[in-house]
Each structure stands twice: as structure tokens, then as C-alpha cells.
Design a protein around this ligand. Structure first.
Ligand code: MLC
Ligand code: AMP
Length: 507
């Protein structure tokens, strides 16, 4: 049976003994071994009674098995829903409930804490640890290693990726088989990936960057990946000599530059360094070029669209720009009020259209309508201009968003959480420049009348309920929030006031 994404990314590797994943030194997983694991997962889903279109939520550590579980979902036609490993139980409760997941796969260490959520949501709970053990692993190991591939067409949903929203409620972006296959193809072509490439893969695999940009591209190119559980400078430096390319968020590159061993000699064999998910400072781009002789190739994308633009592989990679639209992707800069297209060099909201643009938000037709125009253009919420040479510059955000180390944080979500705490009258959450994470989170709080705020209790509550990267790293208690004549909190003033609080934090 035909399955659009499986046929594009996985089926061509049947019977191939070529290396796919270099796990630790000396341990390699071939393409055929990987496909066998995927088929066992697909059979395990069937054994659990899952049918195409069901959602499988996963909250597990990065491992070859975790990646094979994604492949198994595609083969079985079930929708893959990966979740940030930093999420706490109270955050997970929403995703499992909203998606109506039929199966929730978590790390064994958290199975007890999540059992109640699974029971309430009427969803099966199985476990998979980073070392490949757990009840999901037990079930899959009992299955045969070939599976029937479920019939899926271009417009069927392959994955549901939650992205936070300005209203504080996360939205599940529905990504279709065609969204993912077309974007992988455009990137392989643009970046010239081939079966000779070895990608240093140190990104998490629960987001678009590590899962789709990195993994799907390498699958399509039939290349291989040095598959690291997470990014750390020591391991990256040790494994870099075996790689030809690397993808990362800007924090990866600033951390590497902070290490004197990272120099021309260490990188002379590399073909390509790619950056995205957050703005790469022009200064970092230049420092990198000076130190290594390589110009980092910066690209721009979003969960809802996968990748939209890229600096050129051949040609001028310009610092501070995100390059040109990818093949088949249209971009335009529009007036935020009228929606009319603006001229070159004028700043407005970036809109994109193409086969990469998602199908809409899960169970949120109204939200979908607000952001996806009837003619197919998606309103990104990013402020941009297109210069006279056609390069796109992301110059700011129309949406209230903080990006810390490549993770998005929507202030509204944190404000709703803080406002609910004892003694807090109101709060404003802002981002400030951070030398390691690019930006980091500040909470400005106002206490209820005649109340002394217990900041330690607030920190403890944040630790319990919020993923680590979302927690305010600086809390300030003030008498009142600055407001304009309309009563709106003037975050710009707060950003100015607290702009240097992280200045001296080490990377
Ligand atoms: C971890 N911590 C962070 C953080 N990551 N704090 C702020 N911002 C972050 N990004 C906190 C933890 O909660 C913990 O806090 C402490 O730092 C140490 O945790 P760690 O796991 O050891 O951190 P570290 O390994 O240093 O992680 C930093 C990082 C990682 C930059 C390597 O965050 C990372 O891999 N980021 C990549 C994000 C990414 O893939 N984004 C793509 C999104 S897709 P405490 O208090 O508990 O000690 C997308 C579309 C597109 O945006 O265009 O690509
Ligand atoms: P996410 O919601 O995690 O998909 O994050 C997408 C957002 O990250 C975009 O809307 C941009 O604001 C930002 N982003 C991604 N890549 C870049 C980049 N190269 N430069 C600036 N911002 C970026």
C-alpha cells in the first residue's frame, strides 16, 4: 500500500546495510536494522489496537529507539506527537487531553507520576527509556520485524507538534505527509546533502529542528548521523572529526566558540554548519568565520511551516539575514493592519505559502482561521523586511515571544501561572538578552495589597509546574506595572529597565 512519507523517507532503505546512526564509538545502527525496529513498533501499535489517525504522545529521552518509534508511527499511519522532555506532569496533562492520544509513551522513571493522567484520559501508558528498555520495548521486541505499511496520502497528518500561543494555550500544529516530504526535499537540494554526509546530531528530537530538519533530511539523502543524546561541548568536539556537517541553535555555536580548541584545524574537513530556531547574532557569524573560515548558513522556519528560507549554499551567506525562500515557498511582507503587501526594505509581518505550510491547528478552527488566510498564506507573526537583493531579514516579533536557547516561551503562559499563585496581584513576563541562551525570562510581579511576596515559594512552584527552560531566571517585585493611557502594560519600558540583568551570567 502506498504511504506518502514512508515511501519517501524509509522504504528506499529496505535491505540497506549502510550506516544510519553512529550511536557511541564502535556502535552503529544500519538502515536495515533501523527499519526492522520501526516495523516492530508499527506492529506493536497494531497489537495495542491503534488504527491509522490515532495519536501517540511521547515523552521520552533521545535514543535510536525513540527515533525508530517515530518511523514506526509513520509506517502504521498513526500520528506522532513528541513532547519536550522538560515538561512537567501538569504541562503534559493538557497535551494528552487535548490531542485525545490513544497511547502515551513515557520514561519509566515518570510512569507512576503520569499513571493518573493516562487513566483519566483513557489512554494506554507504556514506557521507553533512553537505553531502549521499558514496557514499550518489551512489547515491540515480541513483534516480527516486517510490517504492513498503512495507506496514507499526502494530506494525511503525520505529526502533531504543539506550539505555545499568545493566549497562553498551546496549539497542536497538524503537519501532513506532504508538508514533511516536500520540506525535506527542498532542504536536501538547497544544502546539497548526499549519502556521503555524516551529520553531527546533538539536537533534541521532539521539535521540528532535530526531528524534521535534521533527521528527515538525512533519511532522504541516505546519509548518516552521529546521534548524541544531547549537546555538550566536550562530546561535540570529540565527535566533530567524523562529521561533515552540523546543525544547531545559536547557543551551540557560541558555546563552541567559547572553547579555544574549536578552531580552523578542527573544522577544516567540515562541509557545512547550519544555524536556526533563533536569531544568530551577526557578531557570532563573523566571529565564527574568523575562527574557522566557515560562514554559518542561517535559515529560518517555524513549527507550523518547517523551513521557509535559507541563505544560499553557493553564494553570499549574509550575517543577520535568513536568505531566500526555499523552492516552492513564497514569502511576502505585509502591513500588519491592512494585510497589503509592502515594498522592498519596508518592515511588516512575514507571510508564507507553500507545500510546507501546515494544515491547521488541531481542534481549533477559529485559531486556524486567524493565522492561515483562505489563499493559503500563513501569518508568521515575525517582523521582517526583504532587502533589494531579495534577502529576508527577521527584524523582530509581532508576537509576544521569548526564545531561550532555541526554545520558545510565550510570556502569557507564564503570566497566567504566576497570577494564580498566592499573593500575586499581577505579573508581566519579559525576555532580556542572555549571553548563553540569547534571551532569558524575567518575571515582574506586583503583590496583592498588604502582602509580602514569598519569592522562594514562587520559585518552588515554578520548579514544580513549569519546564526548566520556562522558569523565570530573575524575579523582580515592583509596586505597580507601567501602563499606557489605555491601561496596557508597557513591556517595552520593562525590557529597557531590565535589559542588563543577565549581562554577567556565564555561558
Ligand atoms: C536547558 N535549560 C535551559 C535551556 N535548556 N534554560 C533556558 N533555556 C534553555 N534552552 C536549563 C534547564 O532547565 C536546567 O535548569 C539547566 O538549564 C541545565 O539543563 P541542561 O539540559 O543540562 O541544559 P543544556 O544541556 O545546557 O541545554 C541547553 C541547550 C538546549 C541549548 C543545549 O536547550 C538545547 O538543546 N536547545 C535546542 C532547542 C531546539 O532544538 N529548538 C528547536 C525548536 S524548533 P535547572 O534550573 O534545572 O538547573 C524551531 C523551528 C526552527 O524553533 O526554526 O528550527
Ligand atoms: P517555533 O515556534 O519553535 O517553531 O519557533 C519559530 C520561531 O523561531 C519563528 O517564528 C521565529 O520567531 C524564530 N526563528 C526561527 N529561526 C529563526 C532565525 N534564523 N532567525 C530569527 N528567528 C528565528
Amino acid at each position: 500500500m502506498s504511504n506518502h512519507l514512508y515511501d519517501a523517507l524509509f522504504a528506499p532503505h529496505a535491505g540497506s546495510d549502510a550506516p544510519f546512526l553512529y550511536v557511541s564509538e564502535g556502535s552503529t545502527i544500519s538502515y536495515s536494522a533501523f527499519l526492522s525496529m520501526a516495523a516492530q513498533f508499527a506492529n506493536a501499535f497494531k497489537a495495542l489496537g491503534l488504527v491509522p489517525g490515532d495519536r501517540v504522545a511521547v515523552h521520552i529521552n533521545k535514543s535510536p529507539q525513540a527515533l525508530a518509534l517515530y518511523a514506526g508511527c509513520v509506517q502504521a499511519g498513526v500520528i506522532f506527537l513528541p513532547l519536550n522532555t522538560a515538561y512537567t506532569a501538569s504541562e503534559l496533562d493538557y497535551f494528552v487531553g487535548d490531542s485525545g492520544a490513544a497511547l502515551f509513551v513515557c520514561d519509566p522513571s515518570e510512569a507512576d507520576a503520569l499513571a493518573e493522567i493516562a487513566r483519566e484520559k483513557n489512554c494506554a501508558l507504556l514506557t521507553l527509556a533512553g537505553d531502549g528498555t521499558g514496557t514499550m520495548a518489551d512489547l515491540m521486541s515480541k513483534q516480527i520485524d516486517t510490517a504492513e505499511t498503512a495507506h496514507r496520502v499526502e494530506n494525511d497528518i503525520a505529526a502533531l507538534l504543539y506550539t505555545s500561543g499568545t493566549t497562553g494555550r498551546s496549539k497542536g500544529a497538524m503537519l501532513t505527509h506532504k508538508n514533511l516530504s516536500s520540506n525535506a526535499q527542498a532542504l536536501v537540494d538547497e544544502w546539497r546533502f548526499t549519502s556521503g554526509d555524516v551529520l553531527l546530531h546533538a539536537l533534541p528530537i521532539f521539535h521540528s529542528h532535530g526531528l524534521f530538519v535534521a533527521t528527515n533530511v538525512m533519511l532522504l539523502a541516505a546519509g548518516s548521523m552521529i546521534f548524541l543524546p544531547k549537546f555538550d561541548v566536550e562530546t561535540a568536539l570529540a565527535r566533530l572529526p567524523d562529521a561533515t556537517a552540523m546543525m544547531g541553535v545559536p547557543t551551540f555555536y557560541t558555546r563552541l566558540l567559547d572553547d579555544a580548541r574549536f578552531d580552523k584545524d578542527m573544522t577544516s574537513h567540515m562541509r557545512l554548519f547550519i544555524s536556526g530556531s533563533a536569531p544568530l547574532l551577526a557578531e557570532t557569524h563573523e566571529r565564527f568565520a574568523e575562527r574557522t573560515g566557515h560562514r554559518i548558513l542561517e535559515r529560518y522556519g517555524m513549527t507550523e511551516t518547517s523551513m521557509n528560507t535559507s541563505n544560499p549554499y553557493i553564494g553570499d551567506r549574509r550575517a543577520g539575514t535568513v536568505g531566500f525562500p526555499l523552492a516552492d515557498v513564497e514569502v511576502k511582507v505585509c502591513d500588519p493592519v491592512s494585510g497589503g503587501e509592502l515594498d522592498r526594505n519596508e518592515i511588516g509581518v512575514l507571510e508564507v505559502r507553500g507545500p510546507n505550510v501546515f494544515k491547521g491547528y488541531w481542534n481549533m478552527p477559529e485559531k486556524t482561521k486567524e493565522e492561515l488566510r483562505p489563499d493559503g498564506f500563513f501569518i508568521t507573526g515575525d517582523l521582517a523586511l526583504i532587502d533589494m537583493d531579495g534577502y529576508v531579514h527577521i527584524v523582530g516579533r509581532g508576537k509576544d515571544l521569548i526564545i531561550s536557547g532555541g526554545y520558545n516561551i510565550y510570556p502569557k503562559e507564564i503570566e497566567l501561572f504566576l497570577d494564580d499563585l498566592d499573593g500575586v496581584l499581577e505579573s508581566a513576563v519579559i525576555g532580556a538578552p542572555h549571553p548563553d541562551f540569547g534571551e532569558s525570562v524575567i518575571a515582574v510581579l506586583v503583590a496583592e495589597p498588604n502582602t509580602a511576596l514569598d519569592v522562594k515559594a514562587i520559585e518552588d512552584a515554578a520548579k514544580r509546574d513549569l519546564a526548566g527552560f520556562k522558569r523565570p531566571r530573575w524575579i523582580e517585585v515592583v509596586d505597580a506595572l507601567p501602563r499606557n493611557t489605555m491601561g496596557k502594560v508597557q513591556k517595552k519600558l520593562l525590557r529597557e529597565q531590565f535589559s542588563s540583568v543577565f549581562q554577567h551570567e556565564a555561558g
